[in-house]
Design a protein around this ligand. Structure first.
Ligand code: FAD
Length: 374
């Protein structure tokens, strides 16, 4: 029976486990509680961008191509044109979400993190957290010096802590499938349709993940065929593995991500649209910044670091949503980039962080010039 700990992490998803590992690496005693059982499955595009793989390595979690499928770059496909760029330095990895979760759990255990599954947290106070008990009045209290809310996009910790003041919220709907088939490509494909995007990730030697993202609900398999006939033709005859899963994805940010001894991490602390493929990387990098702040005993530095880290993915997310909403611009932009792939290469370099956001202005000017002739 655990009665007290240095750090209590609420939520054992990727960000919560990363926060636990990072805090443990700084010498803290850490407990994680999740309301479900591991390994946790969740609708995800399952693309780990190069900086996600790097962040995992910094946490001590090493991945290689055998954990999934190597991902060498990104391809945009729109009506009649396509453009591709390779990642500038390192490759990414397409990997089943459950496999990533299992890997994080194993690493957390080996570091000495205490893990409580099927154990929802039902309340927090300055001194600790209350875990659900057999009955409503039987909740178990665990004292904690620090409390970390890693309970996902609809975080209750965020509202319990009074941190729920959004500065922005933009919601889309996602549906995800897995197909048993040899991947036809070693890049992450984004198919742009009229009302949606389909995000295709190779996740194993004989498995492909397909996720649709749309402002409209109901992007089911029939809609997939209507919206992306070329992609649907590739998938004909492939066996569906596992079940279809839905989710919401949000561009969401909050005025504050910490108060007193409570901090938020991962989607609980704000999120970017799934089209960016940046959610996991952000959560892992926030986890390390949070552990530094815990070590200093001051969470205000975490909030500043969190804000800095969110800027580039938020900007890229907004750009993608502009393309989502304006067919004429999207088609011209992709056609223009197809004629000069350097523009797309630069965009990808900014996206994965090997070039600064300042390069975006130059890339924008290059694209504008190409658009004139597209
Ligand atoms: C369709 C889709 C595709 C995506 N594709 C990608 C991609 O390709 N690449 C990428 O990097 N990112 C992607 N993302 C984003 C990524 O999935 C998220 O950023 C990531 O899951 C956030 O992890 P998290 O740990 O913060 O939250 P979650 O994974 O949501 O975990 C939160 C955990 O908290 C637990 N919990 C909640 N309440 C309580 C409670 N009261 N007590 C105890 N436990 C609780 C839940 O059970 C859950 O396990 C995608 C997202 C979507 C929706």
């Amino acid at each position: 029976m655990i009665e007290q700990t240095d750090v209590f992490v609420i939520g054992g998803g990727p960000a919560g486990l990363a926060a636990a590992i990072a805090a443990r690496n700084k010498g803290f005693g850490v407990v994680v509680a999740d309301g479900t059982q591991w390994p946790i499955e969740k609708a995800c595009g399952e693309g780990l961008m190069p900086e996600t793989v790097t962040a995992l390595r910094r946490l001590g979690v090493n991945l290689d191509a055998d954990d999934g499928h190597v991902m060498r770059g990104v391809r945009f496909i729109a009506r009649g044109s396509e453009v591709e760029a390779r990642f500038p330095v390192e490759c990414g990895i397409g990997m089943r979400r459950v496999a990533l979760h299992a890997k994080l759990v194993e690493h957390a255990k080996s570091c000495g993190v205490k893990l409580l599954w099927n154990m929802p947290v039902v309340g927090i106070s300055r001194d600790g957290v209350t875990l659900a008990g057999e009955t409503r009045t039987e909740g178990r209290f665990v004292r904690a010096r620090w409390i970390v809310g890693a309970d996902g996009i609809g975080s209750r910790v965020r509202s319990w802590a009074g941190l729920d003041t959004t500065t922005q919220r933009d919601c889309r709907y996602a549906v995800r499938w897995h197909y048993r088939m040899r991947p036809w490509s070693d890049v992450l494909e984004v198919h742009w349709g009229e009302r949606a995007q389909a995000y295709v990730t190779p996740v194993g030697a004989d498995e492909v993940c397909v996720a649709t993202l749309s402002k409209h609900r109901g992007m089911n398999k029939a809609a997939l065929a209507d919206e992306f006939p070329e992609l649907a033709r590739r998938l004909v005859g492939a066996e569906l593995t596992g079940r279809e899963r839905g989710a919401v994805t949000m561009m969401q940010s909050f005025r504050h991500v910490q108060r007193g001894n409570i901090a938020l991490v991962g989607d609980a602390s704000g999120s970017v649209d799934a089209i960016t493929g940046e959610g996991l990387s952000l959560g892992f990098r926030q986890a390390m910044a949070l552990a530094d702040a815990l070590k200093r005993g001051d969470l205000s530095g975490y909030e500043a670091a969190h804000r800095r880290m969110a800027r580039r993915p938020a900007l890229m997310g907004k750009l993608m949503l502009v393309l989502d909403g304006r067919a004429w611009l999207r088609e011209r932009a992709i056609r223009a980039m197809a004629r000069d792939a350097r523009v797309f290469e630069r965009l990808l370099e900014v996206h994965v962080g090997t070039k600064s956001r300042a390069h975006l202005a130059v890339t924008g000017a290059m694209l504008g010039w190409r658009l004139v002739g597209a």
